[in-house]
Design a protein around this ligand. Structure first.
Ligand code: FE2
Length: 210
C-alpha cells in the first residue's frame, strides 16, 4: 500500500543517485576525462530541489516531529546547514575552474548527504510514520510539496523519474494520481512518459489505471 510519506523516500533516493553521478563525473574530470561538464553541472538544479525539500522539512515535517518527539529534529536542521555549506564549497570550486577542489567538494557533499538521508529514513521518518496521525502526516507533506514553485513542477517530474527505481515510480505516480485533479495528473503522466521513454510500459503494468 502506497502512503503519502513514500514520496519522501522516492526523493531521497533521487538525491542519492544524482549526487553519486555528479561525484563520479567530478572524480573522472579531476583525473583528466573530458566532456562531463553537463553531468557535473547537474549540481545546480539538484541543489535547488534539495533546498526546496529541506525548507519544506523545516517548515512542516520537523515541527510535526517536535510535538511527538521533542528535540529529535534539531540536529537534522544542523545537517541542513552543513548541506548549504557543502553546496557553497562546490559552487565556488566549480566556478573557479578547479577540478580537484570540485571533486573534493562533490565527495564531501555526497558523504554528508548520504549519512543525513540514511538517518532521516531510519530515524526521523520512522518516528513520522509511527507516531503521527494520517491527518498530521498529510498536512505536513502538503506543506512540504508546496515548497516547489508551481511553474518549476514539470522540471521536478522530469528530474525525478529517471533517477528512481520502479517501486518509487509506482509510489510517486499513485500519490499524484490520488492528490491531483484529473487534468493536472494527465499533464504529469505526459511528463513521466517523456522522462522514462520505453520504461513507461513497466509502470502501466504496475498501475493498470494509467
Ligand atoms: Fe533533510
Amino acid at each position: 500500500m502506497t502512503e503519502p510519506v513514500d514520496a519522501v523516500r522516492a526523493f531521497h533516493n533521487a538525491f542519492r543517485n544524482d549526487i553519486r553521478r555528479i561525484d563520479e563525473a567530478a572524480f573522472e574530470t579531476a583525473k583528466g576525462t573530458q566532456g562531463l561538464a553537463s553531468t557535473i553541472e547537474r549540481f545546480r538544479f539538484f541543489n535547488e530541489i534539495l533546498v526546496w525539500h529541506a525548507t519544506g522539512e523545516e517548515a512542516a515535517v520537523f515541527p510535526a516531529i517536535e510535538k511527538v518527539a521533542p528535540l529529535v529534529a534539531e540536529p537534522y536542521v544542523m545537517d541542513h546547514r552543513g548541506l548549504d555549506r557543502a553546496y557553497d564549497e562546490l559552487n565556488e570550486s566549480y566556478s573557479a575552474n578547479d577540478p580537484l577542489k570540485t571533486a573534493r567538494a562533490t565527495a564531501a557533499f555526497r558523504f554528508h548527504l548520504a549519512i543525513h538521508l540514511d538517518k532521516e529514513d531510519a530515524h526521523l521518518y520512522r518516528i513520522f510514520r509511527e507516531r503521527l496521525s494520517p491527518t498530521e502526516k498529510v498536512e505536513a507533506l502538503t506543506i512540504l510539496a508546496g515548497k516547489v514553485p508551481q511553474k518549476r513542477f514539470p522540471e521536478v517530474v522530469t528530474w525525478l523519474y529517471p533517477l528512481i527505481g520502479i517501486d518509487d515510480r509506482v509510489n510517486m505516480t499513485r500519490i499524484w494520481q490520488m492528490v491531483l485533479p484529473a487534468p493536472a495528473f494527465a499533464g504529469v503522466q505526459d511528463l513521466i512518459k517523456k522522462a522514462i521513454g520505453p520504461e513507461w510500459d513497466e509502470l502501466t503494468q504496475r498501475i493498470p489505471t494509467l
